[in-house]
Write a protein that binds this ligand. Structure first.
Ligand code: WT7
Length: 621
Protein backbone atom coordinates (compact mmCIF):
# COMPACT_ATOMS: atom_id res chain seq x y z
CA UNK A 1 0.00 0.00 0.00
CA UNK A 2 1.87 3.01 -1.25
CA UNK A 3 -0.01 5.67 0.69
CA UNK A 4 1.39 4.45 4.02
CA UNK A 5 4.61 5.53 5.69
CA UNK A 6 5.76 2.43 7.55
CA UNK A 7 7.73 2.17 10.81
CA UNK A 8 11.33 0.94 10.79
CA UNK A 9 12.32 -2.44 12.25
CA UNK A 10 14.03 -0.61 15.10
CA UNK A 11 10.81 1.18 16.06
CA UNK A 12 8.85 -2.05 15.79
CA UNK A 13 11.29 -3.90 18.04
CA UNK A 14 11.34 -1.21 20.69
CA UNK A 15 7.66 -0.33 20.96
CA UNK A 16 5.43 -1.22 23.92
CA UNK A 17 2.50 -1.93 21.64
CA UNK A 18 3.21 -4.33 18.82
CA UNK A 19 -0.30 -5.37 17.84
CA UNK A 20 -2.67 -2.43 17.96
CA UNK A 21 -5.63 -4.17 16.33
CA UNK A 22 -5.75 -7.03 18.81
CA UNK A 23 -5.29 -4.91 21.92
CA UNK A 24 -7.81 -2.37 20.62
CA UNK A 25 -10.43 -5.04 20.09
CA UNK A 26 -9.82 -6.45 23.59
CA UNK A 27 -9.94 -2.97 25.13
CA UNK A 28 -13.39 -2.30 23.66
CA UNK A 29 -14.72 -5.67 24.69
CA UNK A 30 -13.37 -5.36 28.23
CA UNK A 31 -12.74 -1.67 28.91
CA UNK A 32 -12.81 -2.12 32.69
CA UNK A 33 -10.09 -4.73 32.54
CA UNK A 34 -7.99 -2.61 30.18
CA UNK A 35 -8.14 0.53 32.35
CA UNK A 36 -7.79 -1.38 35.59
CA UNK A 37 -4.57 -2.95 34.39
CA UNK A 38 -3.22 0.48 33.54
CA UNK A 39 -4.24 1.88 36.91
CA UNK A 40 -2.44 -0.99 38.64
CA UNK A 41 0.86 0.25 37.19
CA UNK A 42 0.46 3.35 39.37
CA UNK A 43 0.47 4.05 43.10
CA UNK A 44 -2.75 4.21 45.12
CA UNK A 45 -3.09 4.77 48.86
CA UNK A 46 -6.21 2.63 48.65
CA UNK A 47 -7.40 0.61 45.65
CA UNK A 48 -10.71 1.33 43.94
CA UNK A 49 -13.76 -0.84 44.43
CA UNK A 50 -15.28 -0.05 41.05
CA UNK A 51 -13.48 0.91 37.81
CA UNK A 52 -16.31 3.04 36.47
CA UNK A 53 -19.64 4.20 37.77
CA UNK A 54 -22.03 5.72 35.28
CA UNK A 55 -24.53 8.42 36.21
CA UNK A 56 -24.79 9.40 32.58
CA UNK A 57 -23.58 11.88 31.44
CA UNK A 58 -21.45 11.93 34.57
CA UNK A 59 -18.87 9.22 35.12
CA UNK A 60 -16.77 8.45 38.16
CA UNK A 61 -13.58 6.50 37.60
CA UNK A 62 -11.77 4.28 40.10
CA UNK A 63 -14.51 4.78 42.67
CA UNK A 64 -13.37 4.29 46.25
CA UNK A 65 -9.73 4.61 45.23
CA UNK A 66 -7.42 7.05 46.95
CA UNK A 67 -4.41 8.63 45.34
CA UNK A 68 -2.77 11.93 44.41
CA UNK A 69 -1.27 12.57 40.99
CA UNK A 70 1.85 14.00 42.68
CA UNK A 71 2.36 10.76 44.60
CA UNK A 72 2.87 9.23 41.16
CA UNK A 73 4.73 12.10 39.52
CA UNK A 74 7.25 12.66 42.32
CA UNK A 75 6.84 10.82 45.64
CA UNK A 76 7.13 7.29 44.37
CA UNK A 77 10.52 7.92 42.77
CA UNK A 78 12.14 9.09 46.01
CA UNK A 79 12.95 5.63 47.28
CA UNK A 80 14.37 4.51 43.94
CA UNK A 81 17.51 5.28 41.96
CA UNK A 82 15.47 7.64 39.87
CA UNK A 83 15.72 10.28 42.58
CA UNK A 84 19.14 11.18 41.16
CA UNK A 85 17.98 11.32 37.54
CA UNK A 86 17.28 14.70 35.99
CA UNK A 87 13.55 15.38 36.15
CA UNK A 88 13.43 18.89 34.76
CA UNK A 89 15.86 20.78 32.59
CA UNK A 90 14.89 24.32 31.74
CA UNK A 91 16.49 26.93 29.54
CA UNK A 92 15.42 30.57 29.51
CA UNK A 93 15.25 32.82 26.50
CA UNK A 94 18.29 34.58 28.01
CA UNK A 95 20.31 31.33 28.08
CA UNK A 96 19.94 30.73 31.83
CA UNK A 97 19.75 27.00 32.63
CA UNK A 98 18.09 25.30 35.62
CA UNK A 99 18.31 21.59 36.38
CA UNK A 100 16.43 19.56 38.99
CA UNK A 101 16.81 15.88 39.76
CA UNK A 102 13.67 14.03 40.82
CA UNK A 103 14.78 14.50 44.44
CA UNK A 104 15.43 18.22 44.03
CA UNK A 105 12.15 18.77 42.22
CA UNK A 106 10.33 16.87 44.94
CA UNK A 107 11.93 19.08 47.59
CA UNK A 108 11.21 22.26 45.70
CA UNK A 109 7.58 21.28 45.14
CA UNK A 110 7.30 20.45 48.86
CA UNK A 111 8.66 23.88 49.81
CA UNK A 112 6.23 25.56 47.44
CA UNK A 113 3.41 23.44 48.86
CA UNK A 114 4.33 24.50 52.40
CA UNK A 115 4.45 28.11 51.19
CA UNK A 116 0.92 27.82 49.81
CA UNK A 117 -0.23 26.30 53.09
CA UNK A 118 1.40 29.15 55.04
CA UNK A 119 -0.79 31.53 53.03
CA UNK A 120 -3.88 29.61 54.11
CA UNK A 121 -4.44 27.52 50.99
CA UNK A 122 -6.36 24.34 51.80
CA UNK A 123 -7.73 21.32 50.01
CA UNK A 124 -10.38 22.36 47.49
CA UNK A 125 -9.27 26.02 47.31
CA UNK A 126 -8.68 27.43 43.86
CA UNK A 127 -5.22 28.80 43.10
CA UNK A 128 -4.88 31.08 40.06
CA UNK A 129 -1.56 30.89 38.24
CA UNK A 130 -0.55 33.50 35.68
CA UNK A 131 3.08 32.89 34.89
CA UNK A 132 5.58 32.79 32.09
CA UNK A 133 7.11 29.47 31.07
CA UNK A 134 9.58 29.27 33.97
CA UNK A 135 10.25 26.29 36.30
CA UNK A 136 8.19 27.84 39.11
CA UNK A 137 5.08 27.60 36.91
CA UNK A 138 5.39 23.81 36.78
CA UNK A 139 6.51 23.66 40.42
CA UNK A 140 3.55 25.60 41.75
CA UNK A 141 1.07 23.52 39.74
CA UNK A 142 2.53 20.36 41.29
CA UNK A 143 2.56 22.04 44.72
CA UNK A 144 -1.10 22.93 44.44
CA UNK A 145 -1.99 19.36 43.47
CA UNK A 146 0.14 17.97 46.28
CA UNK A 147 -1.95 19.69 48.96
CA UNK A 148 -5.26 18.97 47.24
CA UNK A 149 -5.84 22.55 46.08
CA UNK A 150 -7.24 23.15 42.58
CA UNK A 151 -4.99 25.03 40.19
CA UNK A 152 -6.45 27.21 37.51
CA UNK A 153 -3.76 28.36 35.12
CA UNK A 154 -4.25 31.29 32.79
CA UNK A 155 -1.87 31.42 29.84
CA UNK A 156 0.50 34.41 30.09
CA UNK A 157 -0.49 35.59 26.60
CA UNK A 158 -3.92 36.63 27.89
CA UNK A 159 -4.58 40.22 28.97
CA UNK A 160 -6.30 41.88 31.91
CA UNK A 161 -9.93 41.22 31.10
CA UNK A 162 -9.43 37.55 30.26
CA UNK A 163 -7.41 37.03 33.44
CA UNK A 164 -9.88 38.99 35.56
CA UNK A 165 -12.92 36.99 34.51
CA UNK A 166 -11.11 33.68 35.08
CA UNK A 167 -9.88 34.65 38.57
CA UNK A 168 -13.37 35.83 39.46
CA UNK A 169 -15.18 32.79 38.10
CA UNK A 170 -12.82 30.47 39.98
CA UNK A 171 -13.14 32.59 43.18
CA UNK A 172 -9.43 32.31 43.86
CA UNK A 173 -8.04 33.88 47.01
CA UNK A 174 -4.48 33.70 45.80
CA UNK A 175 -2.70 34.44 42.52
CA UNK A 176 0.82 33.36 41.63
CA UNK A 177 2.69 35.37 39.03
CA UNK A 178 6.12 36.78 38.08
CA UNK A 179 7.36 40.35 37.92
CA UNK A 180 7.57 39.99 34.15
CA UNK A 181 9.28 38.15 31.34
CA UNK A 182 10.82 38.85 27.99
CA UNK A 183 9.02 37.66 24.92
CA UNK A 184 11.45 38.21 22.07
CA UNK A 185 12.81 41.69 22.90
CA UNK A 186 9.65 42.92 24.58
CA UNK A 187 9.08 43.10 28.33
CA UNK A 188 5.73 41.62 29.34
CA UNK A 189 4.63 42.93 32.73
CA UNK A 190 2.71 40.04 34.23
CA UNK A 191 2.53 41.48 37.75
CA UNK A 192 1.00 44.68 36.41
CA UNK A 193 -1.62 42.67 34.54
CA UNK A 194 -2.47 40.83 37.77
CA UNK A 195 -2.75 44.13 39.67
CA UNK A 196 -5.20 45.44 37.07
CA UNK A 197 -7.13 42.18 37.00
CA UNK A 198 -7.71 42.08 40.77
CA UNK A 199 -8.11 45.75 41.59
CA UNK A 200 -11.87 45.39 42.10
CA UNK A 201 -11.65 41.88 43.52
CA UNK A 202 -11.34 41.93 47.32
CA UNK A 203 -11.46 38.12 47.46
CA UNK A 204 -7.83 37.88 46.34
CA UNK A 205 -5.82 38.24 49.52
CA UNK A 206 -2.31 37.32 48.42
CA UNK A 207 -0.18 37.59 45.30
CA UNK A 208 2.95 35.48 45.23
CA UNK A 209 5.55 36.95 42.86
CA UNK A 210 8.52 35.18 41.30
CA UNK A 211 11.36 37.47 40.33
CA UNK A 212 12.18 36.69 36.71
CA UNK A 213 13.41 39.94 35.18
CA UNK A 214 13.85 42.36 38.09
CA UNK A 215 11.79 45.03 36.34
CA UNK A 216 10.25 47.57 38.71
CA UNK A 217 6.78 46.58 39.95
CA UNK A 218 4.18 48.02 42.30
CA UNK A 219 4.42 46.09 45.55
CA UNK A 220 1.80 46.19 48.29
CA UNK A 221 3.28 45.03 51.59
CA UNK A 222 1.11 42.42 53.25
CA UNK A 223 -0.60 41.47 50.04
CA UNK A 224 2.29 40.96 47.64
CA UNK A 225 4.90 38.42 48.64
CA UNK A 226 8.16 37.52 46.94
CA UNK A 227 8.27 33.83 46.06
CA UNK A 228 11.99 33.57 46.81
CA UNK A 229 11.61 34.94 50.33
CA UNK A 230 8.66 32.77 51.27
CA UNK A 231 9.57 29.51 49.54
CA UNK A 232 13.25 29.36 50.51
CA UNK A 233 12.44 29.37 54.22
CA UNK A 234 9.98 26.46 54.00
CA UNK A 235 10.61 22.90 55.04
CA UNK A 236 11.48 20.56 52.18
CA UNK A 237 9.14 17.90 53.52
CA UNK A 238 5.42 18.22 52.99
CA UNK A 239 2.99 15.32 53.25
CA UNK A 240 1.02 14.67 50.08
CA UNK A 241 -2.72 14.98 50.63
CA UNK A 242 -4.52 11.66 50.32
CA UNK A 243 -7.38 12.31 47.91
CA UNK A 244 -10.34 10.49 46.49
CA UNK A 245 -9.81 9.51 42.87
CA UNK A 246 -12.59 11.88 41.82
CA UNK A 247 -11.40 14.91 43.78
CA UNK A 248 -10.70 17.84 41.43
CA UNK A 249 -7.13 18.51 40.31
CA UNK A 250 -7.58 21.60 38.16
CA UNK A 251 -9.95 23.92 36.35
CA UNK A 252 -8.82 25.09 32.94
CA UNK A 253 -10.81 27.67 30.98
CA UNK A 254 -11.45 27.06 27.31
CA UNK A 255 -13.55 28.70 24.63
CA UNK A 256 -16.85 27.44 23.34
CA UNK A 257 -19.07 28.72 20.56
CA UNK A 258 -21.29 30.72 22.87
CA UNK A 259 -20.83 32.78 26.00
CA UNK A 260 -17.75 33.18 28.13
CA UNK A 261 -15.00 30.55 28.37
CA UNK A 262 -15.92 27.43 30.30
CA UNK A 263 -14.07 26.10 33.34
CA UNK A 264 -13.27 22.50 32.47
CA UNK A 265 -12.75 20.39 35.61
CA UNK A 266 -10.40 17.40 35.74
CA UNK A 267 -9.93 15.02 38.68
CA UNK A 268 -6.84 13.23 40.02
CA UNK A 269 -7.42 9.50 39.46
CA UNK A 270 -8.81 9.06 35.97
CA UNK A 271 -6.79 11.92 34.53
CA UNK A 272 -3.58 10.48 35.97
CA UNK A 273 -4.27 7.07 34.43
CA UNK A 274 -5.20 8.53 31.03
CA UNK A 275 -2.27 10.89 30.60
CA UNK A 276 0.19 8.31 31.91
CA UNK A 277 -0.68 5.56 29.47
CA UNK A 278 -1.18 7.73 26.39
CA UNK A 279 2.21 9.39 26.90
CA UNK A 280 3.83 6.01 27.54
CA UNK A 281 2.41 4.23 24.51
CA UNK A 282 2.23 7.07 21.99
CA UNK A 283 5.69 8.47 22.71
CA UNK A 284 7.05 5.05 23.72
CA UNK A 285 8.52 6.65 26.85
CA UNK A 286 11.54 5.05 28.53
CA UNK A 287 13.55 6.22 31.55
CA UNK A 288 16.38 7.57 29.43
CA UNK A 289 14.17 9.71 27.22
CA UNK A 290 14.61 13.46 27.09
CA UNK A 291 11.11 14.60 26.31
CA UNK A 292 10.28 18.06 24.99
CA UNK A 293 6.71 19.16 24.63
CA UNK A 294 7.10 22.69 23.31
CA UNK A 295 3.65 23.87 24.41
CA UNK A 296 3.05 26.09 27.43
CA UNK A 297 2.01 24.54 30.74
CA UNK A 298 -0.84 27.08 30.63
CA UNK A 299 -2.71 24.99 28.06
CA UNK A 300 -4.07 21.49 28.39
CA UNK A 301 -1.20 20.13 26.28
CA UNK A 302 1.18 21.49 28.87
CA UNK A 303 -0.87 20.27 31.84
CA UNK A 304 -1.10 16.73 30.49
CA UNK A 305 2.19 16.32 28.63
CA UNK A 306 4.59 18.69 30.44
CA UNK A 307 3.55 18.98 34.08
CA UNK A 308 2.14 15.51 34.71
CA UNK A 309 2.69 12.58 32.33
CA UNK A 310 6.45 12.95 31.73
CA UNK A 311 7.12 12.80 35.49
CA UNK A 312 4.64 9.96 36.02
CA UNK A 313 6.62 8.12 33.34
CA UNK A 314 9.93 9.04 34.97
CA UNK A 315 11.62 10.66 31.98
CA UNK A 316 13.77 13.79 31.81
CA UNK A 317 11.52 16.66 30.89
CA UNK A 318 12.83 19.66 28.99
CA UNK A 319 11.21 23.11 28.92
CA UNK A 320 12.40 26.05 26.85
CA UNK A 321 11.06 29.48 27.70
CA UNK A 322 11.23 31.25 24.35
CA UNK A 323 9.56 31.11 20.93
CA UNK A 324 10.88 28.92 18.07
CA UNK A 325 12.38 31.63 15.90
CA UNK A 326 14.07 34.06 18.27
CA UNK A 327 16.76 35.29 17.96
CA UNK A 328 16.86 33.15 14.81
CA UNK A 329 14.88 30.38 13.15
CA UNK A 330 17.34 27.71 14.31
CA UNK A 331 16.66 28.22 18.03
CA UNK A 332 14.47 25.17 18.63
CA UNK A 333 16.67 22.92 16.50
CA UNK A 334 19.70 24.09 18.48
CA UNK A 335 17.89 23.08 21.69
CA UNK A 336 17.23 19.58 20.28
CA UNK A 337 20.94 19.24 19.50
CA UNK A 338 22.13 20.69 22.82
CA UNK A 339 19.88 18.61 25.07
CA UNK A 340 19.75 15.51 22.85
CA UNK A 341 15.97 15.53 22.80
CA UNK A 342 14.56 12.10 21.95
CA UNK A 343 10.82 12.83 21.71
CA UNK A 344 9.62 16.20 20.45
CA UNK A 345 6.01 17.37 20.48
CA UNK A 346 4.74 20.62 18.93
CA UNK A 347 1.93 22.19 16.91
CA UNK A 348 1.43 22.42 13.13
CA UNK A 349 1.49 26.23 13.26
CA UNK A 350 5.08 26.14 14.59
CA UNK A 351 6.09 23.53 12.01
CA UNK A 352 4.64 25.62 9.16
CA UNK A 353 6.31 28.79 10.47
CA UNK A 354 9.71 27.06 10.69
CA UNK A 355 9.27 25.30 7.35
CA UNK A 356 9.00 28.72 5.72
CA UNK A 357 12.67 29.40 6.57
CA UNK A 358 13.78 26.45 4.42
CA UNK A 359 15.72 23.22 4.95
CA UNK A 360 19.18 24.73 5.36
CA UNK A 361 18.58 26.00 8.90
CA UNK A 362 17.57 22.70 10.54
CA UNK A 363 20.25 20.95 8.50
CA UNK A 364 22.90 22.92 10.39
CA UNK A 365 22.03 21.02 13.58
CA UNK A 366 22.55 17.47 14.70
CA UNK A 367 19.03 16.18 15.23
CA UNK A 368 20.02 12.51 15.33
CA UNK A 369 18.88 12.04 18.95
CA UNK A 370 15.25 12.30 17.82
CA UNK A 371 13.19 9.11 17.79
CA UNK A 372 9.55 10.17 17.75
CA UNK A 373 7.85 13.41 16.72
CA UNK A 374 4.42 14.66 17.75
CA UNK A 375 1.86 17.13 16.47
CA UNK A 376 -1.17 18.58 18.25
CA UNK A 377 -3.76 21.34 18.26
CA UNK A 378 -5.08 21.55 14.70
CA UNK A 379 -5.03 19.50 11.53
CA UNK A 380 -1.54 19.11 10.08
CA UNK A 381 -1.53 19.53 6.32
CA UNK A 382 0.32 16.75 4.44
CA UNK A 383 2.92 19.19 3.12
CA UNK A 384 3.95 20.27 6.65
CA UNK A 385 3.78 16.63 7.80
CA UNK A 386 6.18 15.56 5.06
CA UNK A 387 8.60 18.39 5.82
CA UNK A 388 8.59 17.55 9.53
CA UNK A 389 9.11 13.87 8.68
CA UNK A 390 11.89 14.41 6.14
CA UNK A 391 13.84 17.43 7.36
CA UNK A 392 13.44 17.12 11.15
CA UNK A 393 12.92 13.38 11.63
CA UNK A 394 15.25 12.34 8.73
CA UNK A 395 12.61 9.81 7.66
CA UNK A 396 13.20 7.66 10.71
CA UNK A 397 10.91 9.25 13.32
CA UNK A 398 7.23 8.42 13.15
CA UNK A 399 4.90 11.41 13.57
CA UNK A 400 2.22 11.06 16.22
CA UNK A 401 -0.60 13.35 15.09
CA UNK A 402 -2.57 13.39 18.35
CA UNK A 403 -6.20 14.52 18.27
CA UNK A 404 -7.73 15.52 21.59
CA UNK A 405 -9.18 18.47 23.52
CA UNK A 406 -9.04 20.34 26.81
CA UNK A 407 -12.15 18.39 27.72
CA UNK A 408 -10.77 14.95 26.87
CA UNK A 409 -7.66 15.53 29.01
CA UNK A 410 -5.69 12.88 27.13
CA UNK A 411 -4.97 11.79 23.56
CA UNK A 412 -8.06 10.23 21.99
CA UNK A 413 -7.19 9.56 18.36
CA UNK A 414 -3.55 9.05 17.46
CA UNK A 415 -1.21 6.69 15.70
CA UNK A 416 1.17 4.58 17.80
CA UNK A 417 4.87 4.38 16.90
CA UNK A 418 4.26 1.05 15.16
CA UNK A 419 1.29 2.29 13.11
CA UNK A 420 1.55 2.63 9.35
CA UNK A 421 1.09 6.40 8.94
CA UNK A 422 -0.88 8.50 6.51
CA UNK A 423 0.35 12.11 6.33
CA UNK A 424 -2.49 14.37 7.50
CA UNK A 425 -4.48 11.68 9.31
CA UNK A 426 -4.62 11.38 13.11
CA UNK A 427 -4.88 7.61 12.72
CA UNK A 428 -7.10 5.49 14.90
CA UNK A 429 -8.67 5.70 18.37
CA UNK A 430 -6.60 4.94 21.44
CA UNK A 431 -7.41 1.83 23.49
CA UNK A 432 -10.82 1.87 25.12
CA UNK A 433 -11.98 4.76 22.91
CA UNK A 434 -14.96 4.29 20.64
CA UNK A 435 -14.97 7.12 18.12
CA UNK A 436 -17.43 7.50 15.27
CA UNK A 437 -18.43 9.88 12.50
CA UNK A 438 -22.17 10.47 12.40
CA UNK A 439 -24.92 12.68 10.98
CA UNK A 440 -27.06 15.01 13.11
CA UNK A 441 -29.28 12.11 14.16
CA UNK A 442 -26.33 10.06 15.32
CA UNK A 443 -26.36 7.61 12.42
CA UNK A 444 -22.86 6.68 11.23
CA UNK A 445 -22.09 8.20 7.83
CA UNK A 446 -20.52 6.32 4.91
CA UNK A 447 -16.77 5.89 4.49
CA UNK A 448 -14.95 9.06 3.31
CA UNK A 449 -17.97 11.23 4.13
CA UNK A 450 -17.79 14.28 6.36
CA UNK A 451 -19.76 14.06 9.59
CA UNK A 452 -19.68 14.92 13.29
CA UNK A 453 -16.91 13.34 15.32
CA UNK A 454 -18.40 11.75 18.45
CA UNK A 455 -17.17 9.48 21.25
CA UNK A 456 -19.39 6.63 22.33
CA UNK A 457 -17.68 5.33 25.45
CA UNK A 458 -16.33 7.16 28.50
CA UNK A 459 -12.55 7.38 29.04
CA UNK A 460 -10.71 7.91 32.32
CA UNK A 461 -9.25 11.41 31.71
CA UNK A 462 -12.60 12.83 30.62
CA UNK A 463 -13.56 16.13 32.27
CA UNK A 464 -15.89 15.91 35.23
CA UNK A 465 -18.05 18.94 34.60
CA UNK A 466 -18.08 22.62 33.62
CA UNK A 467 -17.30 24.66 36.72
CA UNK A 468 -20.46 26.25 38.11
CA UNK A 469 -22.29 25.49 34.87
CA UNK A 470 -23.44 21.88 34.69
CA UNK A 471 -26.06 22.80 32.13
CA UNK A 472 -23.31 23.53 29.64
CA UNK A 473 -21.79 20.14 30.38
CA UNK A 474 -25.01 18.23 29.87
CA UNK A 475 -26.37 20.28 26.96
CA UNK A 476 -23.37 21.31 24.88
CA UNK A 477 -21.42 18.09 25.13
CA UNK A 478 -23.98 15.36 25.78
CA UNK A 479 -27.26 16.88 24.57
CA UNK A 480 -26.62 17.28 20.86
CA UNK A 481 -26.72 13.59 20.01
CA UNK A 482 -28.11 11.84 23.07
CA UNK A 483 -25.85 9.27 24.64
CA UNK A 484 -22.69 10.38 22.87
CA UNK A 485 -20.01 12.94 23.57
CA UNK A 486 -20.13 15.66 20.91
CA UNK A 487 -16.60 16.85 20.13
CA UNK A 488 -17.46 19.90 18.01
CA UNK A 489 -15.19 18.66 15.20
CA UNK A 490 -15.96 17.50 11.69
CA UNK A 491 -14.17 14.37 10.56
CA UNK A 492 -14.26 11.57 8.03
CA UNK A 493 -13.08 8.00 8.25
CA UNK A 494 -11.45 6.28 5.30
CA UNK A 495 -11.71 2.67 4.18
CA UNK A 496 -8.70 1.70 6.34
CA UNK A 497 -10.47 3.07 9.44
CA UNK A 498 -8.19 6.13 9.64
CA UNK A 499 -9.70 9.37 10.95
CA UNK A 500 -9.18 12.66 9.12
CA UNK A 501 -10.03 15.69 11.26
CA UNK A 502 -11.63 18.42 9.14
CA UNK A 503 -11.87 21.31 11.61
CA UNK A 504 -14.59 22.62 13.92
CA UNK A 505 -18.29 22.40 13.18
CA UNK A 506 -19.24 25.21 15.57
CA UNK A 507 -18.25 28.86 15.99
CA UNK A 508 -14.95 27.94 17.57
CA UNK A 509 -11.74 28.71 15.70
CA UNK A 510 -8.16 27.58 16.07
CA UNK A 511 -5.74 30.42 15.44
CA UNK A 512 -2.08 29.30 15.67
CA UNK A 513 -3.42 26.40 17.74
CA UNK A 514 -5.16 28.76 20.20
CA UNK A 515 -8.86 28.22 20.70
CA UNK A 516 -11.29 31.14 20.49
CA UNK A 517 -15.05 31.35 20.41
CA UNK A 518 -16.71 33.89 18.15
CA UNK A 519 -18.81 35.21 21.06
CA UNK A 520 -15.84 36.27 23.23
CA UNK A 521 -14.16 38.02 20.28
CA UNK A 522 -17.36 39.75 19.26
CA UNK A 523 -17.92 41.04 22.82
CA UNK A 524 -14.45 42.60 22.71
CA UNK A 525 -15.47 44.54 19.57
CA UNK A 526 -18.85 45.56 20.92
CA UNK A 527 -17.20 46.90 24.08
CA UNK A 528 -15.83 49.73 21.90
CA UNK A 529 -18.05 52.85 21.92
CA UNK A 530 -18.09 53.12 18.11
CA UNK A 531 -19.28 49.56 17.48
CA UNK A 532 -22.93 48.59 17.19
CA UNK A 533 -22.49 44.95 16.27
CA UNK A 534 -19.80 42.49 15.19
CA UNK A 535 -19.46 39.00 13.75
CA UNK A 536 -16.23 37.04 13.70
CA UNK A 537 -15.17 34.13 11.51
CA UNK A 538 -12.03 32.05 11.04
CA UNK A 539 -10.42 32.13 7.58
CA UNK A 540 -7.91 29.58 6.35
CA UNK A 541 -4.38 30.91 6.87
CA UNK A 542 -1.16 29.41 5.52
CA UNK A 543 0.76 29.49 8.79
CA UNK A 544 -1.75 30.08 11.56
CA UNK A 545 -4.23 27.50 10.31
CA UNK A 546 -6.97 30.06 10.73
CA UNK A 547 -6.94 33.84 11.02
CA UNK A 548 -9.58 36.07 12.58
CA UNK A 549 -11.77 38.22 10.35
CA UNK A 550 -14.35 40.55 11.86
CA UNK A 551 -17.37 42.16 10.20
CA UNK A 552 -18.30 45.28 12.12
CA UNK A 553 -21.37 47.51 12.02
CA UNK A 554 -20.52 50.98 13.31
CA UNK A 555 -22.89 53.15 15.30
CA UNK A 556 -24.76 55.78 13.33
CA UNK A 557 -22.57 58.75 12.42
CA UNK A 558 -19.22 57.01 13.11
CA UNK A 559 -16.74 57.30 10.23
CA UNK A 560 -15.25 54.01 8.95
CA UNK A 561 -11.53 54.88 8.95
CA UNK A 562 -8.30 52.87 8.98
CA UNK A 563 -7.43 54.48 12.31
CA UNK A 564 -10.60 53.04 13.75
CA UNK A 565 -9.67 49.60 12.42
CA UNK A 566 -6.35 49.87 14.23
CA UNK A 567 -8.04 51.05 17.36
CA UNK A 568 -10.36 48.04 17.27
CA UNK A 569 -7.43 45.67 16.82
CA UNK A 570 -5.79 47.25 19.87
CA UNK A 571 -9.04 46.91 21.78
CA UNK A 572 -9.15 43.14 21.17
CA UNK A 573 -5.48 42.79 22.13
CA UNK A 574 -6.15 44.71 25.30
CA UNK A 575 -9.27 42.80 26.31
CA UNK A 576 -8.32 39.27 25.33
CA UNK A 577 -4.63 39.28 24.49
CA UNK A 578 -2.13 39.65 21.65
CA UNK A 579 -2.85 36.03 20.66
CA UNK A 580 -6.37 37.12 19.62
CA UNK A 581 -5.35 40.00 17.33
CA UNK A 582 -7.70 40.06 14.33
CA UNK A 583 -6.08 39.98 10.90
CA UNK A 584 -8.88 41.70 9.04
CA UNK A 585 -11.70 44.04 9.89
CA UNK A 586 -14.40 44.96 7.41
CA UNK A 587 -17.03 47.62 8.09
CA UNK A 588 -20.43 46.47 6.86
CA UNK A 589 -23.92 48.01 6.89
CA UNK A 590 -25.68 44.78 7.96
CA UNK A 591 -25.05 41.16 8.97
CA UNK A 592 -26.85 38.06 7.67
CA UNK A 593 -29.24 36.86 10.36
CA UNK A 594 -31.87 34.22 10.87
CA UNK A 595 -35.45 35.36 11.36
CA UNK A 596 -34.95 34.83 15.08
CA UNK A 597 -32.01 37.25 15.00
CA UNK A 598 -29.03 34.89 15.20
CA UNK A 599 -26.00 35.91 13.16
CA UNK A 600 -25.30 33.38 10.40
CA UNK A 601 -21.52 33.21 10.56
CA UNK A 602 -21.61 30.24 8.22
CA UNK A 603 -23.07 32.47 5.50
CA UNK A 604 -20.48 35.18 6.11
CA UNK A 605 -17.72 32.60 5.87
CA UNK A 606 -19.04 30.99 2.70
CA UNK A 607 -19.35 34.40 1.05
CA UNK A 608 -15.88 35.38 2.17
CA UNK A 609 -14.40 32.20 0.72
CA UNK A 610 -16.49 32.36 -2.42
CA UNK A 611 -18.27 29.10 -1.59
CA UNK A 612 -21.81 27.91 -2.07
CA UNK A 613 -23.98 29.45 0.68
CA UNK A 614 -25.66 26.15 1.57
CA UNK A 615 -29.09 26.12 3.17
CA UNK A 616 -30.16 29.72 3.76
CA UNK A 617 -33.88 29.03 4.11
CA UNK A 618 -33.91 30.47 7.63
CA UNK A 619 -32.17 33.65 6.49
CA UNK A 620 -34.03 36.82 7.27
CA UNK A 621 -35.68 38.88 4.48
C1 WT7 B 1 -9.52 21.29 19.36
C2 WT7 B 1 -9.28 21.23 20.84
C3 WT7 B 1 -5.58 18.99 22.43
C4 WT7 B 1 -4.62 19.90 22.92
C5 WT7 B 1 -4.54 21.22 22.25
C6 WT7 B 1 -5.83 21.77 21.76
C7 WT7 B 1 -8.33 20.72 17.43
C8 WT7 B 1 -6.56 19.25 18.44
C9 WT7 B 1 -5.88 18.13 16.70
C10 WT7 B 1 -5.29 17.29 15.71
C11 WT7 B 1 -6.79 18.19 14.15
C12 WT7 B 1 -6.93 18.99 16.31
C13 WT7 B 1 -9.74 20.16 17.35
C14 WT7 B 1 -10.17 20.06 18.80
N1 WT7 B 1 -7.31 19.68 17.41
N2 WT7 B 1 -5.68 18.32 18.02
N3 WT7 B 1 -4.29 16.46 15.99
N4 WT7 B 1 -5.80 17.36 14.45
N5 WT7 B 1 -7.38 19.02 15.02
O1 WT7 B 1 -6.83 21.69 22.73
O2 WT7 B 1 -7.60 24.06 22.72
O3 WT7 B 1 -9.02 22.21 23.69
O4 WT7 B 1 -8.69 22.44 21.22
O5 WT7 B 1 -8.28 21.41 18.69
O6 WT7 B 1 -10.53 21.08 16.66
O7 WT7 B 1 -11.56 20.07 18.98
P1 WT7 B 1 -8.06 22.65 22.66
Amino acid sequence: MSDFVNPSEEIKNNAYVKDYEKLYKDSLEHPDAFWENVAKELFWYKPWTKVIESKHPYYDWFVGGQTNIVANALDRWQKTEKKDQLALVWEGQDGKVVRYTYQQLHEQVSRAANALKSLGVKKGDRVSIYMPRIPEQTIVMLASAKIGAIHTVVYSGFSVQALKSRIEDAESKIVITADGYHFRDKLVETKKTVDDAIKDNPAVKKVLVVKRTGNPIAFTEGKDIWWEELVSKQDSICPTEILDANDPLFILYTSGSTGTPKGVIHAHGGYMVGVYITAKYIFNLRSNDVFWCAADPGWITGHSYIVYSPFINGVTNFIYEGPPDYPDAGKWWSMIEKYKITKFYTAPTAIRALMKYGDAIPQKYNLSSLKILGSVGEPINPEAWRWYYRVIGKEKCPIMDTWWQTETGMHIISPLPTSPLKPGSAGKPFFGIKADVVDEKGTPVAVNTQGYLVLKKPWPAMFKDVYKNSKKYTDLYWGKIPGTYFTGDFAKRDSDGYFWILGRNDDVMKVSGYRFGSAELESAFVAHPSVAEAAVIGKPHEIKGESIKAFVILKVGVQPTDELKNELKQQVRKLIGPIATPDEIEFVPALPKTRSGKIMRRVLKAKELGQDLGDTSTLEG
